[in-house]
Design a protein around this ligand. Structure first.
Ligand code: 5GP
Ligand code: ZN
Length: 113
């Protein structure tokens, strides 16, 4: 069982921001900023490495990038935003379905890199 697959299938409710055939974007349940959206491919990939090794990974990654840009427009982030992917144990990934955090709505100052 995978939490985000259940959200994609509508078995668990979510607050949808954007959707197309290949991706779903929904509000994070525990937002770290005024805007905090998760963009997920509708096909299950465990993480970035799993996506990279799958023949369909590229197609879904392209859709993810377009969806991130759509989310930014929908949420009025014309001044910028931050996209984060946590991968694996050391990356702090808690949900094992690859996802991209889109965070904004304030001036982000903490800069790790
Ligand atoms: P990770 O730490 O894996 O990069 O991020 C997982 C994110 O999923 C967290 O920011 C957490 O708040 C969010 N999350 C966990 N469970 C749910 C849920 O049931 N619904 C929604 N919308 N977000 C969730
Ligand atoms: Zn999944």
């Amino acid at each position: 069982m995978c939490l985000f697959c259940d959200i994609i299938e509508g078995k668990i409710p979510s607050s949808k921001v954007y959707e197309n055939e290949k991706v779903l974007a929904f509000n994070d349940i525990n937002p770290a900023a005024p805007v905090h959206v998760l963009v997920v491919p509708k096909k299950h990939f465990d993480d970035i490495n799993d996506m990279a090794s799958d023949p369909e990974g590229e197609i879904y990654m392209g859709e993810v990038i377009r969806a991130i840009s759509e989310v930014a427009k929908i949420k009025g982030l014309e001044n910028g935003f931050r996209t984060i992917n946590n991968c694996g144990e050391d990356g702090g990934q808690t949900v094992k379905h690859v996802h991209f955090h889109v965070i904004g709505g304030l001036k982000l100052t903490e800069k790790m890199i």
